[in-house]
Ligand binder design. Structure first.
Ligand SMILES: Nc1nc2c(ncn2[C@@H]2O[C@H](COP(=O)(O)OP(=O)(O)OP(=O)(O)O)[C@@H](O)[C@H]2O)c(=O)[nH]1
Ligand SMILES: C[C@H](OP(=O)(O)O)C(=O)O
Length: 215
């Protein structure tokens, strides 16, 4: 079994720009990548490819193989899938809440395809028992696209339902979940910049008292 993490550090997480500068977002995404790699290694998944738009963005000390590709998420993953002959888990780099226990379960289901939905219709994780036959279609409502693609191939599917695995850190309010449930390097980073604000409704983030305010 192998894992592939698509990764683009350059101007990463642009949807977090209301609360983090470009430099901060690039630092943050690198810590999230470290957390994801750590969870994979703890789950015993050690053959990890980082499919990256630039080798410079990936820390040298990470125990991963680098696959450098042109920008373009779908094209690069689909080209990659044509080259693999073993069950493959495609896991996004912005999932610092994923635990090794989730990954162990996801990779032990008997179905051909396991999907972990992402917030707002995305796909956080795809586990493909026969990756060569599968074509990914991220962006838009990729969760439904991936269900349709699986069904068109006549393959069986399992949807893995988990708050933590389904929380991708895309928008400022997602950082609330990281502050509440996180336990890795990206949570530490978020704690330096934000704190939680409780009131009548959902918990919100606000700038840490050490900072003067959001940019
Ligand atoms: N290899 C590769 N990975 C990508 C590319 N675009 C995004 N990714 C990665 O794909 C995953 C999901 O992407 P998004 O959640 O849209 O992340 P993003 O592009 O940094 O965020 P936004 O700028 O807010 O859309 C993350 O792990 C990204 O690092 C790309 O062009 N090539
Ligand atoms: C890549 C995309 O990520 P999102 O924009 O949902 O974070 C998706 O899951 O289809």
């Amino acid at each position: 079994m192998r894992a592939v993490i698509p990764y683009k550090k350059e101007n990463a997480k642009s949807r977090l720009s209301p609360v983090l500068s470009k430099e901060e977002r690039e630092e943050f995404v690198e810590l999230m990548l470290r957390d994801v790699v750590d969870s994979l290694l703890c789950a015993g998944i050690t053959n990890i490819d980082v499919l990256t738009t630039s080798s410079e963005g990936v820390p040298e000390d990470l125990e991963v193989n680098l696959v450098v590709t042109e920008p373009g998420l779908n094209v690069s993953i689909n080209e990659y899938l044509r080259t693999v002959d073993e069950p493959t888990i495609i896991i996004m780099a912005d999932l610092p809440l994923v635990k090794s226990s989730h990954l162990k379960k996801i990779t032990s289901f008997p179905e051909d395809v396991v999907i972990v939905p992402g917030k707002g219709g995305g796909t956080n994780i795809l586990f493909l028992s026969q990756p060569k036959e599968f074509t990914v279609k991220y962006h838009g409502c990729s969760f439904l696209s991936h269900c349709d693609i699986t069904s068109d191939l006549g393959k069986s599917i399992r949807i893995f339902d988990s708050l933590l695995a389904s929380t991708d850190i895309d928008e400022p309010h997602d950082i609330v979940e990281l502050l509440i449930y996180g336990d890795g390097l990206s949570k530490e980073y978020a704690e330096k910049r934000f704190c939680t604000e409780t009131g009548k409704g959902r918990v919100k983030i606000s700038p840490s008292s050490k900072l003067s305010g959001f940019i």
